[in-house]
Structure formats: structure tokens, C-alpha cells
Ligand binder design. Structure first.
Ligand code: AMP
Length: 175
């Protein structure tokens, strides 16, 4: 089962990037080509009932599988990046971190009004990052069709914050 394989392969790194955090390191997954293929196919299979026009991946680990997922779904990929990285005209959305805040950006012409967007990231924790990404999608007049993650830290209840944008929230492995 894919969930078991993911959990057996992900590496827990204690106290990274700071004390008290158990970081889910997906780099061992990236070394396993067969598992990567299975993950991409499983992500796509979970979305088979949805009508998706665009996959938006969140910097930086959301790019790793987001681009492959977009290829498999035969739709465009749009990068959502941290402030100051995208070269053309952007729109911004700031969000709170535990200490301070951060800003996400997307190119203003990346997604058309009315397009249905699947937001992908490697991991859902508190949901703050994908809420900010969802607001960017809505600023562009597009629609959040759903979310897909490899891993969800369900005990942090991030999915509750996503329900206001879309009921379609998928993860391959939950803790
Ligand atoms: P959040 O906004 O709290 O849902 O955090 C999600 C973002 O932070 C994703 O881009 C994750 O890659 C990263 N992240 C948060 N917590 C962890 C963790 N325990 N292990 C790995 N990545 C994490």
C-alpha cells in the first residue's frame, strides 16, 4: 500500500529547522524512482473525479511532484513562489508564521479567471501556506478545485482551514 511505503521511506529529522519540530524529509523518496512513479500515479488517481485546468505547486518541495502531476493530468503547471523570486509582474499574499510572516507570489497572467486550480504541496501542516496560495488563486478570479499532498499532519487540523475554499483535500499518507 502506498501509504505504508511512503511512511517507511520518509525520514523523520528531529529538531529541524528548530527545536520541537519533527521534519518529514522526503529526499529518501526522491532516490526511489519506482516509488516516485507510484506517488505521481496515486496523486492523479485521487483526483480522477475532479475537473482540473491547472496545477499550482508551492515552492519549493511542491515543485518536485507538482510538475510531474501536471504532466500526467495533461494540464499547465504554475509555480507559486516566495517573495522576490518571480521575474514578471506578480500579485502577493502574506501570511503569518509562528514567528513573523511570509509572502507568496504568482505571476499575474499565470492563471485565467474561472480556471479550476489544484494546489499541490509536499506536506500539509497548519494549512497557513496553502490558505495564502488559495487567496492568490481567488485574487486572480480563478477557483480552488482542490488540494493534493503527499503527507498530511492531520493532528494539526490544517484541513479545517481548507474547507472554506474546497471540500476536495487529498493526501497519500496521514499522521
Ligand atoms: P503549513 O503552512 O503549516 O501547512 O506548513 C506547510 C509547509 O511547510 C509546506 O511547504 C511544508 O513543506 C513545510 N512543513 C511544515 N511542517 C513540516 C514538517 N514537519 N516537515 C516537513 N515540512 C514541513
Amino acid at each position: 500500500m502506498i501509504e505504508t511505503k511512503i511512511k517507511q521511506t520518509v525520514r523523520d529529522v528531529n529538531d529541524f529547522p528548530k527545536a520541537g519540530i519533527v521534519f518529514k524529509d522526503i529526499t529518501p523518496i526522491l532516490k526511489d524512482a519506482g516509488l516516485c512513479r507510484e506517488i505521481i500515479e496515486a496523486l492523479a488517481a485521487q483526483l480522477s473525479e475532479l475537473k482540473i485546468d491547472v496545477v499550482a505547486g508551492i515552492e519549493s518541495r511542491g515543485f518536485l511532484f507538482g510538475m510531474s502531476l501536471a504532466h500526467l493530468l495533461n494540464v499547465p503547471f504554475v509555480p507559486i513562489r516566495k517573495a522576490g523570486k518571480l521575474p514578471y509582474k506578480t500579485i502577493q499574499q502574506s501570511y503569518d508564521l509562528e514567528y513573523g510572516s511570509a509572502t507568496l507570489e504568482v505571476h499575474e497572467d499565470a492563471i485565467l479567471p474561472g480556471q479550476r486550480v489544484l494546489i499541490h504541496d509536499d506536506l500539509l501542516a497548519t494549512g497557513g501556506t496553502v490558505v495564502a496560495a488559495s487567496r492568490l488563486i481567488e485574487q486572480l478570479g480563478a477557483v480552488v478545485e482542490g488540494y493534493s499532498f503527499i503527507i498530511a499532519l492531520a493532528f494539526l487540523n490544517g484541513n479545517e482551514r481548507l474547507k472554506v475554499f474546497s471540500p476536495n483535500n487529498f493526501a497519500l499518507a496521514s499522521y
